[in-house]
Design a binder for this molecule. Structure first.
Ligand code: GMT
Length: 382
């Protein structure tokens, strides 16, 4: 199949999922074309057999806000016509589903068919999409899609509750490549850990875009409690608006020499398996992709019991779940687990096994392929 994919190409879970999906589709023999304002960051070094088409937005003094969504629609239609795409798959509803709708209608005028699929990821429904300035267009984009998927049952239910869509929504969960996200051998692990921690020190890790919804301040608060109980380091991967607040808390609690802000990293699959625990105390997560990536690396997660997280992490089996903001309980659970090697290793093994059994790319890719087939051969097919 010839598939066009549009996503936010910079740091963010929806872009990561879209990129990994494109890589898996290309490896399975499909022709994949990314259409976005810059090459997806996770594609770097893995571009083989994947085409990228840049959307350039020309400006004009009259435009206070250059219309990216129109430029995107134009590029989608051009690429679809030139490469005879079978379908477009857009990740994150706003504004991608509207651009895809425009591209489809433009091509229909020339007698060409271009069905499109929208995958809902989270804040496009739970936050941004609920804003009055976007809600009607988001609902319209969902209803006019030829197929809609959501990345968790939670997100599907929430979309139905908030948007009352006419379209059915299929759940296709996020996935992880279990051959890329792998536990390291003892020797490799010891070597890698030495970069960040001394022998005998535990490593906790957090990875996000440091938006308020991630509660990065709680990450540091949890860690400061853990660090009082046992020798440990915290790796903070990523960047965003809440980073300086997190740095300030680390500084004011006197643990700044134990907290390493690594900024944006390309090689996440090399760093995650070095950790003992992942901290994910988010206000809301529709899925929590990073928890799955950590699980595949045999790293359990201490997280909040919100949104789609309980679908990914089984409390007490593959990680531990707590109410939002309960930093004391999350810190106590981390300490207990780190002090109990038998329980820790059972949980780490269960995490890896669950990632392999339920969320491996090889299991989820066929679900997307079957969905594509249904949409391409659905109403309006030649
Ligand atoms: O987190 C966001 O602000 C948006 C979004 C993104 O594009 O990164 O993240 C969502 O999609 C991820 C991939 O499907 C999910 O793993 C995240 O849980 C989800 N974020 C939220 O629901 C807050």
């Amino acid at each position: 199949m010839k598939i066009g994919i549009t996503c936010y190409p910079t740091y963010g879970g929806s872009g990561v999922v879209a990129t990994e999906l494109g890589i898996e589709l290309a490896a399975a023999g499909h022709q994949v074309h990314f259409i976005a304002y810059s090459p997806p960051f996770r594609l770097r070094g893995r571009e083989q057999d994947i085409a990228f088409h840049e959307v350039s937005v020309s400006n004009y003094p009259l435009f206070e806000f250059p219309p990216y969504d129109l430029a995107l629609a134009t590029r989608m239609a051009e690429v679809a016509a030139y490469y005879q795409l079978d379908l477009l798959h857009v990740h994150y509803a706003i504004p991608h589903s509207i651009s895809a709708f425009l591209a489809r209608e433009m091509l229909a005028r020339d007698g060409r068919r271009l069905p499109f699929i929208t995958t809902l990821h989270g804040t496009d429904i739970t936050l941004v999409g609920l804003d009055h300035s976007y809600l009607p267009t988001t609902r319209f984009g969902i209803d006019r899609s030829d197929g809609v998927t959501a990345i968790s049952n939670y997100l599907r239910e929430r979309t139905i509750q908030e948007f009352h869509p006419e379209r059915p929504i299929e759940v296709i969960p996020n996935f992880v490549n279990c051959d890329v996200y792998v536990p390291l051998s003892d020797e490799q692990r010891a070597q890698g850990r030495a970069r960040y921690a001394a022998d005998g020190e535990k490593i906790l890790v957090h990875l996000s875009n440091f938006r308020p919804v991630k509660r990065t301040a709680d990450v540091v608060r949890i860690f400061s409690r853990v660090a009082r109980e046992l020798p440990a380091r915290l790796l903070m991967i990523g960047d965003g608006p809440e980073r300086s607040a997190a740095e300030w808390i680390a500084h004011s609690t006197g643990i700044q020499d134990r907290v390493h802000f690594l900024g944006k990293q390309d090689n996440v699959s090399d760093i995650l398996p070095l950790a003992d625990l992942l901290l994910l105390p988010s206000e809301l997560e529709s899925f929590g992709l990073v928890a799955l990536e950590a699980m595949a690396c045999r790293v359990p997660t201490i997280a909040t019991r919100v949104g789609g997280i309980p679908e990914v992490i089984e409390d007490g089996v593959t990680g531990c779940l707590f109410p939002v903001g309960d930093v004391d309980a999350m810190a106590a659970a981390a300490v207990d687990l780190l002090r109990d090697p038998d329980r820790y290793h059972a949980m780490a093994d269960a995490a890896r096994k669950t990632a392999q059994a339920r969320y491996c790319a090889s299991k989820i890719l066929p679900l997307y392929e079957q969905f594509y087939e249904r949409v391409v051969n659905g109403p309006g097919a030649p």
